[in-house]
Design a binder for this molecule. Structure first.
Ligand code: HEC
Length: 123
């Protein structure tokens, strides 16, 4: 097993352990219905983080109309329609988005990953 995977697994176990001890928090979640947030203590939301990333790196190609990329990523609901594809196309180490460029910085991809695993909340 690669050292990276070992670190990742350790981190996941640590986070899981900590969240299990934390009292149940019921936060409003406007994300995917029926989805359970995997990192409930980490507040990565569309409004506080994801929107900035998408605006900077993606909407030049994904804004509807004649733009080359599918969808319209200028709104929360527009982005949400495509979050199922993010793991492969945006988050993994060999992601091919943003098209024609290197994948996003690792820390940015990690944060997007948390957002998606937390059911992609808006706020
Ligand atoms: C230079 C233009 C360009 C940029 C910048 C770009 N994309 Fe794309 N994207 C495309 C095109 C064109 C496609 C459709 C062809 C394909 O799937 O490769 C696409 C496809 C996708 C898909 C798959 C959609 C589907 O229906 O399968 C996702 C998800 C995606 N892009 C996300 C992003 C994200 C997130 C960003 C910013 C980090 C981004 N893209 C930046 C051009 C771009």
């Amino acid at each position: 097993m690669k050292i990276k995977s070992k670190i990742l697994i350790t981190v996941i176990i640590l986070i899981y352990g900590c969240t299990r001890m934390a009292p149940e928090t019921t936060t409003e979640n406007q994300g995917v219905p029926g989805c359970t947030p995997q990192f409930p203590n980490m507040k990565v939301t569309y409004n506080n983080y994801v929107k900035k990333v998408i605006t900077r790196y993606c909407i030049n190609c994904h804004q509807g109309g004649n733009s080359p990329g599918p969808g319209n990523f200028t709104t929360y609901s527009g982005v949400r329609l495509y979050t199922d594809f993010f793991a492969v196309r945006v988050i993994q180490d060999r992601a091919d988005m943003p098209q024609g460029n290197a994948p996003l910085p690792k820390s940015t991809r990690d944060s997007l990953n948390i957002w998606i695993n937390n059911c992609s909340p808006e706020n």
